[in-house]
Each structure stands twice: as structure tokens, then as C-alpha cells.
Design a protein around this ligand. Structure first.
Ligand code: OOB
Length: 563
């Protein structure tokens, strides 16, 4: 029986827009499972996905998806149900997601780094009926991920395990032992999956992506990157993230008949030999990884000659890295400014090198509408920085089950307020200049200050806390916690490792742990009485300069500062 709650939490495009996107050929009415079916027809025995454990042809993946869909159905997973997918970069991720697409159930895409807290939150928010992971007892760090999940979140009826299943867990492999599912296709205009947002304020939200819009997303990016069946795409970023999943990523590769290699390693000594062995042609990186690979090319012995395109996105790419990367890795660079909410901007292979080095490109669809507006909400001229608002054929019209938030996150005419500050050049390319949203971008990983603050507040020695992002040479930004010690607590005991342990025990992802901790008796407030986060960011940067360079005499400004 279809689960009506999916539709209840989903905001569709107004009918006029939907008609326009169909008429333009953007929305083809083919569900995501159908993309794999088409690829199996066209590319049959060619390899579709591979990792160090297994390789699947398009035909074999297509068949496994049908069988796994039947296996999930036999567990009681029904069309419209949500299933938390918490898997590393392994081929099982592809088998499972296509099985869920076939069934019309929705993957809720968690990241491998997520811990018990995030998994519970996502399960509750989505009302998930099942969780698929690599075994609750094998949390990389922190408490077992699935410990108490079913009790805390009674909608979760099944724990499915890739690898060795523990007591009460269903082995993933047993799901494929079923006869292929023969059922009706899901409605292509309905939601197909739920992506996790970085969060503009408060806790991360769920982003519904429909079959139609996500297929268009993947197809458009595959074309933008010129993917063909001769390409091999390397998924090195966590494939549950929109960038390596569909920009063009795994889905774009399936659409184009390219091969996807999934890997759990990212460090040059491990991944460069893999690129050589698999003859990888295209991959996607975040800026810190792009900088590391660029430097490592000089000292890691491997033939990277197969690489033709490296996409970099998720956070601001320093210009120096953008200029050095093509020469060092011997390939083209594409800057990508994207968001799980939809809009994708990217540079193109035929752009002048200057544009590729200094801009984040332009929207990839002719029907992406963008507005750059000032504080008064009115559009600003090209060359002036303002907030980016957008709507289009693959940009959401509302977060899932978030009515109150949607009222502020969207304009009345349906533009999504990205929270990003951009400038449009005369040629129409966008340059990301900053943001207005309260979010920390730690090397592409998004951290909600409020979420970290909530967890730090539960530490007995913490009386009050404010979390900000401080500029960092390697990460772009690091997580800095300003802590006011509780009365009687020893400020010297409130170190980064101590707070990290607290967050680890709470089951929060490692990338949210403060890299820097500063103590203070209070903080500056703005004219309207709110915490002055900008001042705390500046102070955090200043403090780290003074504490991390003990051998340098303090500058005049530092000597004057009371910090
Ligand atoms: C990608 O998606 P999300 O949802 O993790 O994060 C989106 C946010 C953007 O709103 C922006 O604040 C930031 O990440 N961002 C960039 C950027 N690309 C993303 N900031 C500066 N420069 C860039 N190139 O991060 C994402 C999704 C699809 C493709 C690529 C990245």
C-alpha cells in the first residue's frame, strides 16, 4: 500500500512549471530504476560498478537490483517507505539504491562518518522502516551506531547488514536470493530519495529529490562533463553525497554507460595506484583533497596519464590550487558550485583557463533561474555581491516535513534562498564570495553550529558555548568552540581532546568535533543583542595565530589585543 506520508511531506513544483520542464524534455518520466534498465539494454556485459571486492556488469547490476527489491519487499518494505542507507563506497551501495528506486522506496542517504546520534535523528525525521549499514557493532569511532536504534525509533523494523550480520540483523546478501521483483514502476514525478542538507540554520534537513529531477540532474552533468562509455569515474568522496552520486557521479556514469569505481581510500599513496590500475578518467574532489593530490603528484610514483578531468567543489577552491592542479595531475579542472538542494554551477572544458581558475562557472540548465539580491531583496547589478536565490527543474520547492522552515527558506514565488553570497561576472559566471547562513564549511563537510553547541552544552564543565568557523589554510574553515566554563570548573581542563571525547561518546560524526577550543567569560553581542559570531570568528583566528606560533614575537596588533 502506498505510504501517504511521503506525499504529505513533499512540496511539488506548481503544475505550470512541471508542464514546462516536461515540454522542454528535462523531465522524461523515466524513474531512476529505469535508467539502469536502459543502460543494461545498451551496455549489457560491460562493467557498471567495481570496488576492491566485486565487479558488476550493467546486466548483473540490473538483475541484482530487481532481486534485492524483491528481498526488501519480503521484509515488508513498501513503496513510499524510507530506508536509511549508511554505507561506505562499495558496490552494495549501488545495488541497494537501485533496488529501492525499483521498489519506489526512498533511500535516506547518511554519510559513513555519521554516528549514532545522526543516524537516530535521520531515522526519526524520515520515519524510516529500515537501516542498512555495515554492522552496528563496527562503529569506526564512538558508540555502536545501531545500539538502541529500534527502541529510540520504533518505526525502524529491520537492521540490514552488509558484511557479517550480528544477532537480529538481516544479512544484505540474503536479500538477493529472491526472484526478481515484478511490480509497477513508481511515479516518476514523486520523490525518489532524500538527501541530507548541510543546514542553513539549526539541524540538517531532508531534501526530497524526484525521479524526474534527479535523472535530469545526472544526465545534464554527464553531458556537461562529456562522459562516454569509454570513461571510468572514480567515486572517492562518500557516494551518499550529491556530488559523487549524481553530478555526474555514479548515476551520471550509469546514464552515459561509463564505469564507476568506488573506493574507500583517498590518500595519494593508496589512490594513485588505483587510478593507474583502473585507468580512471574522471573524478570529483573537495578542495583540501585537491590540494593534497596536487602536491603529492610530485612524490607518489604512479602513472596518472588516464585522468582527463578532475572536478572540485563543495567549498571554495583556493586560486593557487586551481592554477597548479591541471599541470600537476596532467588533466583538466572543473570547478563545481553545487548544493544538495539542486542548483549546479560549473566551469566547462572549453572555458579559458582564467575562468576555470577564478570562477565557479554557470548554471548547467538553461531553465535554472538565478537572482543575486541585496539585503533589501532587490536584485543587484552584475559585479556586486549579493545572496543567491534560485529555482529550476532540479531545485527543490521545499524541505521534507519542514513547513515552518520552508516559509523562510523560500521566497513566496518559489526561489530557494541558498544563503550563499555570490557575484556574477559580466560573462555570466558566478564567484562564491561568502555566505549569510549559519553553517561551517569544513573542507566541504557542512557543520551546523547549533547542532554542535547543543551537544557541547551537555558537558558538565560547559556553562555556555558558541561555535564558529575560523579560516584555516588546509580546510578552508575549521570548527572553533568558544566555551564559558561552568562555575567552579577549571578552564584549563576544557581542551579540544576533552570536548572531542564528549562528542565521540555522544555518537556525533568526527568532522563536527571542534578543531580549536577557546575559553572566555562571555562574548560580544551585536546591536540587537545577538551573539556577535563575526567578532568571535575574528578573535578565534587571532587566538590561534598567537597560540600556534609560540616562537614568533606577537605583532603590534596582537600585543594590543586583550585576547
Ligand atoms: C555541495 O553540496 P552541499 O549540499 O554539501 O553544500 C552546498 C553548499 C553551498 O550552498 C555552498 O555554501 C557550498 O556548499 N559550496 C561551495 C562550493 N560548492 C559548494 N562554496 C564555494 N565554492 C564552491 N565551489 O557541496 C555540492 C553538491 C553538488 C556538487 C558539488 C558540491
Amino acid at each position: 500500500m502506498p505510504n501517504s506520508t511521503v506525499a504529505e511531506g513533499f512540496v511539488p513544483w506548481p503544475a505550470g512549471f512541471a508542464e514546462r520542464y516536461r515540454a522542454a524534455g528535462h523531465w522524461r518520466g523515466v524513474p531512476l530504476g529505469g535508467l539502469l534498465r536502459e543502460a543494461a539494454g545498451a551496455h549489457g556485459e560491460r562493467i557498471a560498478v567495481a570496488d576492491e571486492h566485486s565487479r558488476w556488469s550493467f546486466t548483473a547490476l540490473d538483475d541484482a537490483a530487481d532481486r534485492t527489491a524483491a528481498g526488501l519487499r519480503s521484509l515488508g518494505v513498501a513503496p513510499g517507505d524510507r530506508v536509511v542507507v549508511h554505507l561506505p563506497n562499495r558496490t552494495e551501495f549501488a545495488v541497494l539504491c537501485f533496488a529501492l528506486f525499483r521498489l519506489g522506496a526512498l533511500p535516506v542517504l547518511a554519510l559513513p562518518a555519521h554516528g549514532r546520534t545522526e543516524i537516530r535523528y535521520l531515522s526519526e525525521l524520515s520515519g524510516a522502516v529500515a537501516y542498512v549499514g555495515t554492522g552496528g557493532a563496527r562503529a569506526p569511532d564512538g558508540p555502536p551506531v545501531t545500539e538502541g536504534l529500534r527502541e529510540a525509533c520504533p518505526s525502524v523494523r529491520h537492521l540490514v547488514t552488509v558484511g557479517e550480520a550480528g544477532p537480529g540483523e538481516v544479512p544484505f546478501g540474503s536479500l538477493t536470493a529472491h526472484e526478481p521483483l515484478a511490480g509497477p514502476d513508481p511515479d516518476p514525478s514523486g520523490p525518489a530519495l532524500l538527501l541530507l542538507s548541510g543546514g542553513s540554520t539549526g539541524l540538517p534537513k531532508l531534501i526530497p529529490r524526484t525521479h524526474d529531477d534527479y535523472a535530469y540532474n545526472a544526465r545534464t552533468m554527464a553531458a556537461w562533463c562529456g562522459l562516454t562509455p569509454d570513461d571510468t569515474y572514480l567515486a572517492v568522496l562518500p557516494v551518499g553525497h550529491n556530488f559523487p552520486l549524481a553530478c555526474p557521479g555514479l548515476l551520471g556514469a550509469v546514464v552515459a554507460g561509463s564505469r564507476t569505481v568506488l573506493t574507500e581510500v583517498a590518500s595519494p599513496p593508496e589512490v594513485f595506484p588505483l587510478i593507474e590500475r583502473e585507468r580512471v578518467t574522471v573524478t570529483a574532489l573537495v578542495p583540501p583533497l585537491a590540494a593534497l593530490w596536487t602536491k603529492a603528484a610530485a612524490w607518489v610514483p604512479a602513472d596518472l596519464g588516464s585522468l582527463r578531468l578532475v572536478q572540485v567543489g563543495g567549498a571554495r577552491l583556493p586560486e593557487a590550487t586551481a592554477r597548479a592542479l591541471p599541470g600537476a595531475l596532467g588533466c583538466g579542472l572543473q570547478q563545481v558550485f553545487g548544493m544538495a538542494e539542486g542548483l549546479l554551477c560549473a566551469t566547462r572544458a572549453d572555458d579559458p583557463p582564467e575562468v576555470v581558475a577564478t570562477t565557479q562557472g554557470r548554471p548547467v540548465s538553461p531553465d535554472d533561474e538565478i537572482l543575486v539580491v541585496g539585503e533589501d531583496g532587490a536584485p543587484v547589478p552584475d559585479g556586486t555581491t549579493g545572496e543567491l536565490l534560485t529555482r529550476g527543474p532540479y531545485t527543490l520547492r521545499g524541505y521534507y516535513r519542514a513547513e515552518a522552515h520552508n516559509a523562510v527558506a523560500f521566497t513566496p514565488d518559489g526561489h530557494y534562498r541558498s544563503g550563499d553570497l555570490v557575484r556574477r561576472t559580466a560573462a555570466g559566471d558566478l564567484v562564491v564570495e561568502g555566505r549569510v547562513k549559519e553553517q561551517i564549511n569544513r573542507g566541504g563537510e557542512k557543520v551546523s553550529p547549533e547542532e554542535v553547541e547543543t551537544h557541547l552544552l551537555s558537558h558538565p564543565a560547559v556553562d555556555a558555548v558558541v561555535v564558529v568557523g575560523v579560516p584555516d589554510d588546509v580546510l578552508g574553515e575549521r570548527v572553533c568552540a568558544w566555551v564559558r566554563p561552568a562555575p567552579g570548573a577549571d578552564p584549563a581542563a576544557l581542551t579540544a581532546p576533552v570536548l572531542a571525547d564528549h562528542l565521540r561518546a555522544a555518537g556525533l560524526a568526527a568532522f563536527k568535533r571542534p578543531d580549536q577550543v577557546e575559553t572566555a567569560g562571555g562574548w560580544p553581542v551585536t546591536g540587537v543583542g545577538k551573539v556577535d559570531r563575526r567578532a568571535l570568528t575574528a578573535r578565534g583566528a587571532e587566538r590561534s595565530r598567537t597560540t600556534h606560533r609560540p616562537h614568533q614575537p606577537p605583532s603590534k596588533a596582537e600585543r594590543r589585543s586583550p585576547a
